[in-house]
Design a protein around this ligand. Structure first.
Ligand SMILES: [Zn+2]
Ligand SMILES: [Zn+2]
Length: 511
């Protein structure tokens, strides 16, 4: 159990990791020059608070909290990193053992930054026994054949599946390449530097919102280009099915592709458009055995990859892609939390928009306050009320937002940091739950496919022995081709006209 706990901590730390800091200024340098986002999280502080809290849990927690926590721990699954029958005492024991071994103890910040080229960089500040950590990492299944020999007490390595170089020294783990020497900070950054370099800092986030939106939209565009022939094939399948349905219902059948008729009579929601601009036409008679073809991608059965001259990427119109075009004026976002308080603010580069946002913010706060005042006597509401009382607007052009002064609620922020760490530890369970959900969805698809094939075989003299999704769609036994959530390919095992079954190349079959 200890080993898996160690591994888990290490992975959690790696997940949280970041580049920027040999020193705090390093992170700032990254922000200032080439990053579109930096997150700083004081893992060292969260670690020591967590350790203190767990160690003194018996003495400090009231009976009610004790009960709640122990009950919560009982619901942990047997295959969680901590195993079944978990108690606070067990966690404390594991933590102290961990601490005394001192293989990896977080001492400061975790910095995560993303550069303009979307390269992530990460640094975890920690006290590390390099050789001991090497021994631990060596036992990971994907670490075979990697050289962990420290040179000058520094291990440099590349892990399979992680494109970035990793450097482990006695003071930090660096993932990604750490660039040149920090430069002088500009005057604009001095207040930021002061906040982030404060030892009381829990969390600092700075995002270049506009560049991030553009990058995301840009990636979406590239992805849709890469799959355009798949999209086109799916269009042709849908159009053919719609035409066949139309022809079953109407005496005057469609022989050609007639998008207008299909949309007008609601066989299609909207006209289908080839993502590469191809034109759709009928090859043969669609009321008989004809099929649909695209002038660029050919037919579904003989799909042609389009690799003609690259079309110039149209300039992204950010405003039109946003749920609210005013969002295009938010250029930066900041979140700071330290022992003095919490600050959430955005920089808006357009004065009228800034005024609108300001009014919205004031209205929403007033509404929330009114709602709170109706819930009297609830202890949780009282806590939130206190936070509200300590709340004020930030209105210093171009910055707009809210700040909370810390009163007696210091625990709220520290508590949030601790929850973050615990959530990171619990991630393997979420992953498992997600995989399970995907498998269930795939099995549901298989049931649909099997049921549709059985119905088809009851109706038709020439039965389907093999799985033929296209036929099932075309003949209206299913609406559209079901897609495995993990891109598995469906086929049959055994003869479907007899007692065969449907299977997925990733998830297998139901039995
Ligand atoms: Zn096409
Ligand atoms: Zn599957």
């Amino acid at each position: 159990m200890r080993k898996s706990l160690l591994a888990c901590f290490f992975i959690a730390a790696l997940l949280l990791t970041s580049q920027a800091s040999l020193y705090a200024s390093y992170g700032l340098n990254v922000i200032e020059n080439d990053s579109i986002g930096v997150i700083y999280f004081n893992l060292g502080k969260a670690y020591s608070v967590l350790r203190e809290q767990v160690k003194n849990f018996d003495k400090t927690a009231d009976a009610n909290t004790k009960n709640q926590v122990e009950e919560m721990l009982k619901t942990m699954q047997a295959d969680s990193p901590f195993g079944k029958d978990l108690t606070v005492a067990k966690i404390s024991e594991a933590l102290e053992k961990w601490h005394n071994d001192a293989v990896f103890i977080p001492t400061g910040g975790v910095w995560i930054s993303v550069a303009k080229d979307l390269q992530p960089k990460a640094v975890i500040e920690a006290q590390i026994k390099v050789d001991k950590l090497a021994e631990l990492v060596k036992s990971f299944p994907n670490a075979q054949g990697i050289d962990f020999t420290p040179k000058n007490n520094v291990i440099s390595l590349r892990l399979p599946g992680i494109a970035l170089p990793i450097e482990i020294s006695s003071e930090r783990i660096v993932v990604g390449s750490v660039s040149a020497i920090p430069q002088q900070l500009g005057a604009d950054w001095q207040p930021y530097y002061k906040r982030v370099s404060s030892p009381d800092q829990h969390l600092a986030v700075e995002l270049d919102v506009q560049t991030m939106i553009e990058k995301v939209l840009d990636l979406g565009q590239q992805r849709s280009a890469a799959t355009s022939e798949k999209v086109c094939a799916s269009n042709m399948r849908i159009m053919l099915a719609a035409t066949e349905m139309y022809n079953m219902d109407n005496e005057k059948m469609l022989r050609e592709v007639d998008m207008k008729a299909l949309v007008a009579d609601q066989y299609l929601k909207e006209a289908m458009v080839c993502p590469d601009g191809g034109a759709y036409s009928a090859r043969g008679d669609l009321s008989a055995e004809g099929e649909i073809s695209c002038s660029i991608h050919n037919t579904v059965a003989d799909l042609k990859k389009f690799d003609g001259p690259a079309k110039p990427q149209p300039k992204i119109d950010v405003a039109s892609q946003l749920p609210d075009p005013r969002l295009q004026h938010i250029v930066r976002a900041r979140i700071f939390a330290d022992t003095a308080g919490l600050l959430l603010a955005v920089a808006v580069n357009d004065e009228p928009t800034r005024q609108q946002f300001k009014e919205m913010l004031q209205q929403n706060l007033k509404m929330a306050e009114q709602q709170l005042s109706q819930n009297k006597g609830d202890a949780r509401v009282e806590t939130v009320k206190k936070m509200f009382a300590a709340l004020s607007h930030v209105d210093k052009a171009p910055w707009l937002g809210v700040s909370i002064k810390q009163t007696e609620n210091e625990q709220i922020l520290v508590g949030t940091a601790v929850v973050g760490v615990l959530a990171a530890i619990a991630i393997p369970n979420f992953q498992k739950a997600r995989l399970q959900a995907r498998k269930s969805a795939c099995f549901a698809n298989q049931r649909v496919l099997l049921g549709a094939t059985e119905m088809y075989n009851m109706d038709n003299a020439v039965m389907l022995s093999e799985l033929n999704i296209e036929t099932l769609v075309q003949k209206n036994y299913i609406k559209s081709a079901p897609v495995c959530p993990e891109n598995g390919v469906y086929s049959n095992s055994g003869d479907l006209a007899k007692d065969g079954n449907v299977k997925c190349s990733v998830h297998g079959s139901i039995d």
